[in-house]
Design a protein around this ligand. Structure first.
Ligand SMILES: Cc1cc2nc3c(=O)[nH]c(=O)nc-3n(C[C@H](O)[C@H](O)[C@H](O)COP(=O)(O)OP(=O)(O)OC[C@H]3O[C@@H](n4cnc5c(N)ncnc54)[C@H](O)[C@@H]3O)c2cc1C
Length: 434
């Protein structure tokens, strides 16, 4: 921060985990903080829907990935949220004909094959996609088409869902360069919303005010929104990568070259949910995951049961990457009917109609323009690193999931970058003091 007074004024753009994480630290340190948010709600891609008043649903993030040492676990516990571990060991899988089969074996085989396939290209002159590396592999070519469909689903559920990029876009060299917290994968109920509300307590929040331009102004910055112009000593940008890439927020002075390269090089992927609520349970009560080798490649291939976490007959179906882009174009009724068709292929014609459903379309959401960042061909963790931190001589700072070197695409990654930027700003303010 260029201004050195502890009463400095900072604008935080975006009220997701990163923005609120940063704003909380700065506010609690005594700075004047203004949070400007385009939506009429806080939370960004952690969004707890209250469409069903008796059953709040997380339509963005819903898992804590690795509960041990994860800062989100501490926040969830502080809010008295229930943390329910889920496991791939509690799974049931169906083949193309709707018969149970050993998907775990297919997953192991697929991941081993992907590893071997990408290793063949480590010394190549240029990066290539996961798909290109896999399809060039003699081992892949030798697999009969029926088995290949199960392996393709394994690549979809274990790689495309986790990283949200299509295998034709994911970097074979670098797609998985992230770190993990140890511990379990766990669903948070009744939802992440309580954490966000707590972080936002007492903050000066401007909701429903999309930022359109950011400019240097004297020793500080000016932020133009749909409602007017705000000035401050510094601003923190937590805009999703998709929004940065779209150019819908104008930066009146060029960003650092390395930062701009990172914005252009990284990918913004897609993961969508279709949550179906039933009046009864027709699947095994103890499973967390249901996988299905749909004859239509990867469509409705991955389901999670929220029964253990919520006590309600609730299933969420996921589509990622290319299939998610296709399904996003469908209307709600078509989407729900298609998901139901997949369920009936697994559990038979007696599967009841759902009593309700909720569907996400994160690519079409103008304030997300995708679900989370991934390492596209030619990019690496260095691009996440280059995106993080100060620009414009310390007047503009960047945080958010895509700026996390170690934990991109996660709630904790977003939170940690927000807090780190705030800490760095406070440190630089102390250093600047005469
Ligand atoms: C479907 C889905 C499932 C996920 N599952 C998980 C999971 O299980 N576990 C996990 O750890 N992570 C998960 N994630 C990822 C996680 O949700 C994100 O990494 C994290 O929430 C991003 O936080 P952020 O603060 O960086 O960005 P955001 O939450 O997107 O915050 C940015 C804010 O900027 C606002 N904004 C955008 N444009 C403007 C503008 N012009 N002016 C002002 N404000 C603007 C947005 O409205 C938003 O509030 C999931 C994401 C999705 C979409």
């Amino acid at each position: 921060m260029s201004a050195s007074s502890p009463r400095s004024h900072v604008i935080v753009i975006g009220s997701g985990m990163a923005g609120l994480g940063a704003a909380r630290v700065l506010h609690d340190a005594g700075l004047r903080v203004t949070v400007i948010e385009a939506r009429d709600r806080i939370g960004g891609r952690t969004h707890t829907s209250h469409l069903w008043p008796d059953l709040p649903m997380d339509m963005g993030a819903s898992w804590i990935h690795g509960t041990k040492g994860n800062p989100v676990t501490a926040l969830a516990k502080a809010q008295g949220l229930t943390i329910t571990p889920t496991s791939y060991k509690r799974a049931i899988s169906f083949d193309q004909d709707g018969h149970p089969f050993d998907f775990g074996k297919a997953v192991k085989r697929a991941l081993t094959l992907v590893d071997a396939a990408r290793k063949r290209f480590y010394d190549a002159d240029a990066d290539l996609s996961v798909q290109a590396a896999v399809e060039a592999s003699p081992a892949w070519q030798a697999i009969p088409p029926r088995d290949r469909a199960a392996l393709r689903l394994a690549i979809n559920t274990r790689i495309e869902h986790e990283y949200s990029g299509d295998w034709s876009l994911l970097s074979a060299w670098n797609f998985d360069q992230d770190k993990d917290f140890p511990g379990k994968e766990a669903v948070v109920t009744p939802g992440f919303g309580a954490i966000l509300s707590d972080l936002a307590k007492g903050l000066d929040l401007h909701l429903g005010e999309p930022v359109t331009a950011i400019a240097p102004a004297g020793a500080g910055v000016s932020v133009t929104t749909a409602r007017g112009t705000h000035t401050a000593d510094a601003a923190i940008v937590t805009l999703p990568l998709g929004v940065l890439q779209s150019g819908q927020v104008r930066f009146d002075e060029a960003l650092g070259k390395r930062r701009q390269r990172a914005i252009d090089a990284l990918g913004m992927g897609l993961l969508n949910k279709c949550v179906l609520r039933f009046d009864r349970v027709f699947w095994p009560q103890d499973v967390d995951w249901i996988d299905y080798v749909n004859p239509v490649e990867t469509l409705w291939g991955d389901w999670t049961s929220y029964l253990r976490a919520t006590g309600q007959p609730l299933l969420a179906a996921f589509n990622a990457a290319r299939m998610a882009e296709t399904v996003e174009a469908w209307d709600d009724a078509t989407t729900a009917a298609s998901a139901l068709e997949a369920l009936r292929a697994m559990y038979g014609g007696s599967v009841p109609d759902p009593v309700g459903y909720q569907i996400t379309r994160w690519r079409r959401d103008p304030f997300a323009l995708g679900s989370y960042s991934f390492k596209a061909v030619g990019s690496s963790r260095k691009d996440h690193k280059a995106l993080f931190g100060p620009d414009w001589d310390g007047r503009l700072w960047f945080a958010g999931e895509a700026t996390s070197t170690n934990y991109p695409a996660t709630v904790h990654g977003a939170l940690m970058t927000g807090r780190q930027v705030a800490d760095a700003m406070l440190l630089s303010a102390i250093r600047d003091q005469p």
